[in-house]
Design a protein around this ligand. Structure first.
Ligand SMILES: [Zn+2]
Length: 268
């Protein structure tokens, strides 16, 4: 791994260090120094995660995302998803600092006897122990609802739709709650890449909407004194022969396209 590539397992200990909390019990990695140096002493932190915005679509389309690009011009690292590079495994990694074998969160989220629960401590637990509240946000039917919102103190579930549906919901709830920690999934990004392929120019309008939405949400959250980390859970690659699945984008392999994601951050 080059100096600028960090395992996803570093996110949970980094969030804990920034907020001045102990790291979750199963988190073995050290924090990301550059992020802690900029954000240490934060009283509120948000993770905003466009699902599947990995290095492949980022390198192709970052010029069409002027807001995110401007953040990366200043602060930019690459995170590497844990295996397998799929959504539940890596959002659970962000919250625990652990791999699938330790945190136990995989699809489906429910078995016959009920929801599958975390098998180790999470950032939600650590924040709660410190007297704070966590919020989990996302769109109906996605991991944002089924894991992030379900397990958080505050469950913010938006209608399915463009990224703005998540932004509007957060902005309607945030000032009354002022959670110490917020994590939000923008699941429409992953769905669009699956349908069209991450390299297809038809994904650009979705990414432009995402960029505008993140810019507005960043202005809102930083006004409320909230620092923000931007990352994705995993990437995607193009399916060259979509005949079998009907999909044009996928992610499940041990490749840079599926595992490496851009990450940046901003201080309030
Ligand atoms: Zn997906």
């Amino acid at each position: 791994m080059s100096a600028d590539v960090h395992t996803m397992k570093k996110i949970a200990p980094t969030v804990a260090a920034v907020l001045g909390l102990k790291k979750p019990g199963a988190a073995a990695e050290s924090p990301i120094d550059a992020m802690v140096a900029d954000l240490a002493g934060s009283c509120r932190l948000a993770i905003l995660a466009p699902d599947a915005l990995g290095v492949l679509p980022w390198r192709l389309w970052r010029d069409r995302m002027p807001f995110l690009s401007s953040l990366h011009d200043t602060r930019s690292i690459v995170l590497e998803s844990v295996m397998p590079p799929i959504t539940p495994v890596n959002f659970a990694c962000m919250l625990t600092g652990a791999e699938l074998a330790v945190h136990g969160i995989d699809k489906p989220y429910q078995r016959d006897d009920g929801w599958i629960d975390f098998q180790c401590e999470t950032l939600y637990d650590v924040v709660r122990d410190a007297g704070g509240q966590s919020a989990g946000a996302g769109q109906q039917g996605y991991t944002g609802e089924l894991l992030l919102a379900r397990c958080a103190d505050l469950a913010w579930v938006a209608e399915r739709g463009p990224a703005a549906t998540v932004r509007d919901l957060i902005e309607s709830k945030y000032d009354d709650a002022l959670p110490m920690f917020l994590i939000a999934q923008f699941g429409n990004v992953d769905s669009t890449f699956h349908r069209l392929g991450p390299s297809d120019p038809e994904v650009v309008p979705m990414l432009e909407e995402l960029d505008r939405t993140l810019q507005g949400l960043t202005e809102f959250l930083t006004r409320a004194g909230t620092d923000i980390i931007f990352l994705a859970d995993h990437g995607q690659h193009d399916i060259l022969d979509p005949a079998q699945s009907g999909k044009r984008g996928a992610h499940n392999t041990d490749t840079p396209e599926d595992r490496q994601v851009p990450c940046t951050w901003v201080k309030a």
